[in-house]
Design a protein. Structure first.
Length: 95
């Protein structure tokens, strides 16, 4: 029966992250690029915790351009998301 609680954790964390993103965009920072850079800095700070679970292996050289492309797309989709947080409610933006 614990699987029900585990299954409910993901939507609750997703909702909490959207509320925090909306608060950061609307109340603390005026520019969306500041929120994006701050989010990636926090991600870099927590990156060493990956080594607690397993030591990651390096990807092959042929995959490096695709990894950069995915990273670029990951950054670019955040600009319209955070801009829409400034103009509309969080629940409307996420749905």
């Amino acid at each position: 029966m614990n699987w029900i609680f585990i299954a409910l954790i993901s939507p609750m964390l997703f909702a909490a992250s959207n509320v925090v993103d909306s608060y950061l965009t609307n109340h603390l920072f005026k520019r969306t690029s500041t929120v994006i850079v701050l989010g990636y800095i926090v991600g870099i700070i927590f990156l060493p915790f990956v080594f607690l679970f397993e030591i990651p292996s390096l990807p092959s050289v042929a995959l490096i351009p695709y990894i950069f492309l995915i990273g670029l797309l990951n950054v670019l989709y955040l600009f319209p998301l955070y801009k829409s947080f400034q103009y509309s409610d969080t629940s409307i933006v996420v749905s």
